[in-house]
Ligand binder design. Structure first.
Ligand code: SAH
Ligand code: SF4
Length: 356
């Protein structure tokens, strides 16, 4: 199978195609003009267009299914070239605003949630993605293509900035090489120009890889899926906690290079009767002492056959109030797309059931 040209950083392309300014032109066609045919790259010599189409394909995926939520969230299921499927979500964080004369005051704000693997090796007990096991890593181009396809499908102008969160299917740090390449391709000024500081890598806590990502000094943000404050519960939820325990994650976070104005995000999945009590809130405050942290509380999103239950709104809010009263920034993740199989892995599962 031919590789996708989206796997290449501009630098890699400039080694393959001389002279180097051609790589810049190709990037503009791919990421600003959204062309899906090398022949449309009109400022390239015909022989070069031909050579490129012999060597590469452009899009390594296509839209298989999409669900649109009442709140504007759109969830996509993509088919890769080997028939495997992954999900991405387009979240509208803020609506566009217009003045009384109808003039546009603010553009809508978008965030794209991308997948990094087909399935996941980590095997969290609360996560639907984990149920299907691990199939394979996505290539850098397969990660990049999710954003390209979403922008194209929604007619989002090339120059419109958006944010990326690596919170779809898979554990990004388990595919660090391709993740780092995708971060570089996304942030290229001749491409999608999504600065690294607009990209957030969410990890279930492979502490040694957090160090490796930090050493690359890419400028991305990091979000830690903490979910529990003691190792017994965390190991029940996230089996690899036995190898990368809470203390090792906290130490790795302290070493991670963070922009002085920013905070490390800690995601805390609230599960009824497991980690939604006052004692856990108290322990969380102690655990995060000395870290510029922000806590994002997430309602557990039940699915058929899930082992856990959604916490009550009252417990969620009491937890949040306790953290805030003790000096932590804390938000409750609004359940965007709650009516359309919100949590990761759920659209894929639904389509599988429909196909079966
Ligand atoms: N593997 C990485 C990133 C992808 S998981 C990580 O674990 O951080 C994306 C997010 O979906 C994680 O924060 C995870 O906690 C959340 N998630 C998984 N299953 C969920 C469920 N059933 N309800 C709510 N959130 C869930
Ligand atoms: Fe993998 Fe993240 Fe799901 Fe855990 S929560 S199984 S790390 S995708």
């Amino acid at each position: 199978m031919k590789p996708t040209i989206l796997d290449c950083t501009k630098e890699e392309l400039s080694h393959v195609i001389a002279p180097p300014f051609r790589a810049k032109q190709i990037f503009k066609w791919l990421y600003a003009q959204y062309v899906d045919d090398f022949d449309a790259m009109k400022n390239l010599p015909q022989v070069m267009r031909h050579a490129l189409s012999e060597a590469y394909v452009i899009m390594p995926l296509h839209i298989l299914n999409k669900e649109i939520s009442r709140d504007g969230t759109i969830k996509y299921l993509f088919a890769l070239r080997d028939g495997k499927t992954v999900e991405s979500v387009l979240l509208r964080m803020k609506e566009a605003q217009y003045g009384s004369d109808g003039a546009l005051l603010h553009h809508a704000k978008y965030t794209v949630c991308v997948s990094t693997q087909v399935g996941c090796k980590v095997g969290c007990s609360f996560c639907l993605t984990a149920k299907g096991g691990f199939t394979r890593d996505l290539s850098a181009g397969e990660i990049v293509a999710q954003v390209l396809a979403l922008k194209k499908d929604n007619n989002i102008a090339a120059q419109r900035r958006l944010n990326i969160v690596y919170m779809g299917m898979g554990e990004p740090l388990d595919n660090l090489h391709n993740l780092a390449k995708a971060i570089a391709i996304f942030s290229d000024e001749d491409g999608l120009a999504i600065a690294a500081k607009r990209q957030t890598v969410s990890t279930s806590g492979l502490s040694s890889r957090i160090d490796q990502l930090g050493a690359m000094n890419l400028g991305v943000h990091i979000a830690i899926s903490l979910h529990a404050v003691d190792d017994t519960l965390r190991s029940e939820l996230i089996p690899m906690n036995k190898a990368h325990n809470i203390a090792s994650i906290i130490e790795a976070v302290k070493r991670f290079p963070i922009d002085a104005r920013k905070r490390v995000m800690f995601e805390y999945l609230m599960i009824k009767g497991k980690n939604d009590d006052r004692r856990s809130a108290k322990k969380l405050v102690t655990l995060l002492h000395g870290i510029k942290a922000k806590v994002n509380l997430i309602y557990f999103n039940p699915y058929e056959g899930s082992l856990y239950e959604r916490p009550s709104k009252a417990d969620m809010e009491a937890f949040q109030e306790y953290l805030i009263a003790h000096g932590l920034l804390c938000t409750i993740r609004d359940s965007k797309g709650i009516d359309i199989s919100a949590a990761c892995g759920q659209l894929k599962e639904k389509v599988n059931q429909e196909i079966a």
